[in-house]
Design a protein around this ligand. Structure first.
Ligand code: AHR
Length: 516
């Protein structure tokens, strides 16, 4: 064979190999549009604001006399950012704080309110200037439903029942009278109520058998003053894989007394040594991704237990605390303050995809927490405020709120580190009332892009647009010096051809596509 022919042959072999390798590496995805698929409750996009560190005081609330522009003491920049996010519900006042909180301390003239010590979170002294009216009026300003977590651990049934009457009773009653004296004529009609928090721990170190009885007693006195059978009563739920907790609550609480069972799951390396928020290693990143993906296994197993007692899915799984929890490197910024990097964007994307795909069981969820605490969407420093990568993911995903789930099926390529592997790609999709389809894709692999091919032949798509959130380094974050380092930009790396939508999902990215 001549030299030229040999060269041509070698090139041809390499070309064929390259083509077949790239064909092999393309992930085939099936997407189904069905009318009877479950609706993705907008409430899985909920947030959580506890009296903890600088979440409420020096976070949301700076006081009416602050030089920072505010409405009744709440920062206007935070209100605007949360309105843009379309926050569907906001959980308050805790967390562990909830089971120490006596709501009557936080009503009436601010100068008369008692000062308390926040025993769970750093022993800070609080003057109760942010109370029930302040919180519920904030929810109205945000167009968000309040989710009140009531004190069971150190409170009384009467105190709980009176709070309900205070915020929800429209007629003549002692608590409605008190509310009116405090300047609010109409009730707020609060629908979502948590009956204690982490009753297995800070809420009273109870056994599930005991708590189930306590729950039954409290729920009995939860009067629905709206007379419309609207109350959504949430039992304090399990810690991650405590399946026994869910089993006992489902078995022992009568169905007419309960609407949701909670679940808390944090992505944490080790409760004794949570690892740094910013300078984490590759192995720590991998382990946190493992924890994020574990949410799917937790929901699968808790749902299997719930199915035994509630096959019709009348009782919701309420993941009312989730997110990444690390040791913040800046100790002076407040209790549980941590920086929010691209790692957090990955947790958010993966978790929200899991919630979307579990739309028929998970109906409410709350990211912990909104401002300056844990996986915050907003950080503040003096009069400055920034939006974290997690904020951007939550905003990109709000297109799924109340849309109909489009089930997705595919086999993910693997993200491998030190001989261990995880699915690199996660996907969820939905269609809304205008028949616009939204597809969310996450690639947690920090070094490799992945090509996806979605069969959209049956969907009659003619136009696709996209947004991407990415950065070159998983440790990247938005700082007060560079608050827009990580921000969503237009995404163009896709082709629509012959009924296939081919997308190249960049390494370490969250992509949301809109297809019409
Ligand atoms: O979100 C911080 C704390 O984590 C909450 O107060 C508690 O419920 C959980 O342990």
């Amino acid at each position: 064979m001549k030299k030229n022919s040999i060269t041509t042959l070698i090139i041809a072999v390499f070309l064929c190999l390259g083509l077949s390798l790239s064909a092999q590496n393309t992930v085939e995805v099936t997407l189904t549009q069905k009318e009877d698929a479950p609706q993705i409750s907008k409430h899985i996009y909920g947030h959580f604001a506890e009296h903890l560190g600088r979440c409420i005081y020096d976070g949301f609330y700076v006081g009416e006399d602050s030089s920072i522009p505010n409405t009744n003491g709440v920062r206007n920049d935070i209100i605007e950012a949360l309105k843009d996010l379309k926050v569907p519900n906001l959980r308050w006042p805790g967390g562990c704080f909830a089971d120490t909180y006596h709501w009557k301390d936080g009503i009436g003239p601010k100068e008369d309110r008692p000062t308390i010590v926040n025993q769970w979170w750093g022993g800070s002294t609080e003057d109760n200037s942010f109370g029930t009216h302040d919180f519920l009026n904030l929810c109205e300003a945000l167009n968000a439903e309040p989710y009140l977590a009531a004190n069971v651990g150190s409170g009384t049934v009467q105190e709980f029942a009176e709070w309900l009457q205070y915020v929800n009773h429209d007629g003549i009653s002692p608590m409605a009278k008190l509310r009116r004296e405090n300047g609010r004529e109409k009730p707020w009609n609060v629908r979502i109520w948590g009956v204690g928090n982490e009753m297995w721990g800070c809420g009273g170190n109870m056994r599930p058998e005991y708590y189930a009885d306590v729950y039954r007693k409290y729920a009995t006195f939860m009067t629905d003053w709206t007379n419309s059978n609207a109350l959504f009563r949430v039992a304090s739920g399990a810690n991650s894989e405590d399946y026994h907790w869910t089993e006992v609550l489902m078995r022992d609480i009568p169905k007419n007394l309960i609407d949701g069972v909670a679940l808390h799951h944090y992505c944490v390396l080790d409760w004794g040594d949570k690892g740094p928020d910013k300078s984490f290693t590759d192995a720590q990143y991998f382990k946190i991704m493992q924890q994020a993906i574990k949410m799917d296994e937790l929901i699968t197993k808790h749902t299997a237990i719930m199915d035994k007692y509630d096959a019709e899915h009348k009782i919701a799984l309420v993941v009312d605390e989730w997110g990444g929890w690390y040791d913040g490197e800046a100790q002076d910024k407040g209790v549980l303050y941590q920086q929010n990097t691209m790692r957090d964007a990955m947790i958010a994307g993966v978790t929200l995809n899991i919630f979307n795909n579990w739309a028929d069981r998970v109906k409410v969820a709350n990211l912990a927490q909104t401002v300056n605490v844990l996986q915050a969407v907003i950080l503040t420093e003096g009069n400055k405020m920034l939006l974290t990568p997690t904020y951007h993911v939550m905003k990109m995903y709000n297109v799924h709120q109340d849309a109909t789930l489009m089930p997705v099926s595919f086999t993910s390529p693997q993200y491998t580190l030190n001989g261990q592997s995880l699915p690199a790609v996660s996907i969820s999709a939905s269609y809304n009332a205008e028949n616009e389809k939204h597809i969310s894709l996450v690639n947690i692999d920090p070094t490799k892009e992945h090509t996806i091919s979605i069969d959209v032949d049956a969907l009659k798509i003619i136009n696709v647009t996209g947004t991407v959130l990415t950065s070159s380094d998983v440790h990247d974050y938005n700082s007060f010096d560079n608050p827009s380092k990580i921000a969503p930009v237009a995404f163009k790396d896709f082709k629509l051809k012959k009924g296939k939508l081919q997308i190249t999902v960049p390494a370490l990215s969250v992509v949301v596509l809109e297809a019409k």
